[in-house]
Ligand binder design. Sequence first.
Ligand SMILES: *[C@@H]1O[C@H](CO)[C@@H](O)[C@H](O)[C@H]1NC(C)=O
Ligand SMILES: *[C@@H]1O[C@H](CO)[C@@H](O)[C@H](O)[C@H]1NC(C)=O
Ligand SMILES: *[C@@H]1O[C@H](CO)[C@@H](O)[C@H](O)[C@H]1NC(C)=O
Length: 322
Amino acid sequence: MRVLGSLVLALCSLAALAQEEDKDCPMCLTNQFAKCSGSTCECTLKVAENMAPIVNCSKLTSKCWMMKNEMYRKKNNIGTRRKPTEHAMLDNDGIYDPECNNEGKFHAKQCNGTDTCWCVNTAGVRRTDKGDVNIQCPELVETFWFQVQLRHKPMEKQVDQTKLKEAIKNVFAGYQVDPGYIENVEYSEEDHYIIVDLKQNRTVTSPTDLATATYYLEKDIKGNTLFSIQYNRSIQDDGIPFDGTKLSFEEAYVYYIDSKNPEFSMKGMTPGIIAVIVVVCLAVVAGLVVLFFTRRKAAKSHIYQKAEGRELDEIQKQQLTT
Ligand SMILES: *[C@@H]1O[C@H](CO)[C@@H](O)[C@H](O)[C@H]1NC(C)=O
Ligand SMILES: *[C@@H]1O[C@H](CO)[C@@H](O)[C@H](O)[C@H]1NC(C)=O
Ligand SMILES: *[C@@H]1O[C@H](CO)[C@@H](O)[C@H](O)[C@H]1NC(C)=O
């Protein structure tokens, strides 16, 4: 009996020790949903019932894994999804349960666990019509150009454009985007839009791919950060420090432009279009979106855009005639 007692005691203290060890593991700064444990403090991200890839917390976790984790949390009602902000309306846009390879890259064909499948680009964005399980996606087409359009709230004083460009570079540095990827930062004073062109650049290697970086950015702007609380985010909930004050955003759009034409069966498809543009809309209300479609110029003329999410997904496939 005594032996059993001390055995139990020993086991208990061992368990306590193990617990202690987990507590001692530092948090995964770049991924608040990752769990770190064990003597090596390895961090893993649960993405399915029996799947938890190891994540490297000095980098951002790939978009594919993050989407998969979000779907897992949704299905199981886990999570610390914050109270919807004013931006919450379009928060579910385009989310599906993706298939990722071992490196966390998207498979070209995605089915969301159903019999309806489609092809995606390297950013995981649909670039074909939806079809059945037999749909062929022979290759994963590269999204080589991301255009981020941010609209800031009115400022007291005039925006200094040089400082603005510097601030934008710092924002992207916070997502581990090499400055070599930032091709252009444009500012439109009258409607407060900051337009950032990010392009793949073979001469630099960033730890984070642009799809992942823009996904993290999107989440930060929506007020649903993927970073852990301790991480010194470059976009806080109230915006970014700028010129002695704060620059906060009220709308953001991410356009994805692929190296090959998209394959939507739209009538009036013009030869020579180069891009699929998917607008991930973080805008407040649908009204704004419609305004956007009729008013904003897209990255280039003759580009199709498709709003991802909700009904817009089906109805907004239209050509811009800028
Ligand atoms: C994690 O990523 C960093 C930065 O890219 C790299 O230096 C490091 O070797 C990686 N660690 C592991 C365990 O792969
Ligand atoms: C994927 O499936 C989930 C339900 O499991 C659904 O909520 C979501 O809208 C689907 N996404 C797409 C893009 O079909
Ligand atoms: C690629 O990155 C390098 C190094 O930052 C930069 O000098 C070059 O201009 C970039 N190329 C393009 C096409 O932006």
